[in-house]
Design a binder for this molecule. Structure first.
Ligand SMILES: Nc1ncnc2c1ncn2[C@@H]1O[C@H](COP(=O)(O)OP(=O)(O)OP(=O)(O)O)[C@@H](O)[C@H]1O
Length: 374
């Protein structure tokens, strides 16, 4: 994670600092609509897509988890929500509509800095290495507050201390410390504090608990949930750990090869995964699948930018349900049992079920008519 703004070099922070007009009390959790988002990275093989047309609706007030294997595009998607993809990457198509902001991909310069400052709080991967080594955490906090118009530094410090203490740290001591005086886990919690302290309404956390021991991880997840609820936020949490997502999120988006392959209520997705990739992910984690006798790793490897197939389904090489159509046609997301799933086999099975159910209804109607006539 990093809390460093790609644009300003400072913490991008979060909107609506204490005392700022239009503060958190006036705000509601924003919804986010990502449509047909394509992000490419320049490589020796040319520009290759890390996101291949992602569409995802994040409901206001939810904690949405983004899960998937390494390289599936989770961080690229999180960066895109802030219009913060950096070279050699480039957003080449699509839109990201955030309530109250509009399409963030059309914002630039000061508008974008303001948007990040006032509406979006985030912690990116490697946050533990992103603090300024020359300044205490407290000094950096005050700089952050000043650059975002917080008019009550004492309230800011009070809030920061309270957040740090809730995460099991000595708040006053941490604020007086320089980066080198803090462990990696402590710095990670400082990053989370900085993302939350200015009351952003949309908070994006990229792997907030990696490198933390289990107890600290559980504490952080509890705080994220509590603060989310207390402040009425919309929260997006990127994690490669589906167990973490199960504990804290309301909704889950599963990514593979730069696509969202399944998205729906967390309990539904984990309890009865639809997409063959999600099924494989869950089967590989006995404590989620309940199948403690047998953790079955997904066969094969996830694709890299260079090995992603140009057409058809990106998962087909590893898919037990592979059909001819998967070779050539990319499966569009379809609504199945309260969730969207991008899979020809799942869509086909759903279609067959619908046809069967329609046949049953027609048959019942026919019998009913005959009984009436008789
Ligand atoms: N700066 C870059 N230059 C070239 N390719 C990149 C760059 N950043 C990411 N990629 C590629 O884009 C794809 C998506 O990467 P991304 O970091 O978004 O995935 P991720 O799911 O967040 O992975 P991880 O869990 O390892 O962080 C990967 O194939 C990755 O190698």
């Amino acid at each position: 994670m990093t809390t460093t703004s790609p644009e300003t070099g400072g913490h991008p922070g979060a909107p609506s600092p204490p005392g700022l007009a239009g503060g958190p009390g006036d705000m509601t959790a924003p919804g986010v609509r990502v449509r047909d988002l394509v992000v490419v990275y320049r490589t020796p093989l040319g520009e290759l897509p890390a996101l291949g047309g992602v569409s995802l609706t994040i409901e206001p007030g939810t904690i949405t988890g983004i899960v998937g294997e390494s390289g599936s595009g989770k961080s690229t998607l999180a960066l895109s929500l802030l219009n913060a993809v950096q070279p050699p990457g480039r957003i080449s198509a699509g839109s990201v509509e955030i309530d109250g902001l509009g399409n963030v991909l059309e914002l630039g310069g000061d508008d974008l800095r303001q948007a990040r400052g006032r509406h979006l709080g985030y912690v990116f991967q490697a946050a533990q290495n992103s603090l300024n080594p020359l300044k205490t955490v407290g000094k950096q906090l005050l700089d952050l507050g000043r650059s975002h118009g917080a008019d009550d530094p004492r309230a800011l410090v009070r809030d920061a201390r309270s957040l740090l203490e809730r995460m099991g740290l000595d708040g006053a001591r941490v604020l007086d410390s320089h980066q080198h005086q803090l462990s990696g886990g402590m710095r990670q919690r400082v990053g989370i504090m900085l993302a939350l302290v200015l009351n952003a309404q949309l908070v994006i956390l990229d792997e907030p608990t990696t490198a933390l021991d289990m107890i600290t991880q559980a504490t952080i997840l509890r705080i994220v949930r509590e603060v989310h609820k207390e402040r009425g936020l919309t929260t997006l949490m990127v994690t490669h750990d589906i167990g973490v997502a199960a504990e804290v999120t309301d909704r889950l988006a599963v990514m593979y090869g730069g696509r969202v392959v399944e998205h729906g209520p967390t309990m539904d997705v984990i309890g009865a995964p639809s997409h063959p990739y999600t099924q494989g992910l869950i089967r590989a984690i006995p404590r989620l699948s309940g199948d403690t006798a047998e953790a079955r790793a997904l066969p094969g490897r996830p694709p890299t930018l260079g090995t992603l197939p140009a057409g058809g389904c990106v998962f087909r090489e590893r898919c037990p349900l592979r059909m001819d159509v998967c070779e050539t046609v990319e499966p569009p997301p379809v609504l199945v049992d309260r969730r969207t799933v991008a899979c020809h086999a799942v869509a086909g099975a759903r279609q067959e079920r619908v046809v069967r159910e329609e046949r049953v209804v027609r048959e019942q109607e026919r019998v009913g008519r005959e009984e009436e006539r008789a």
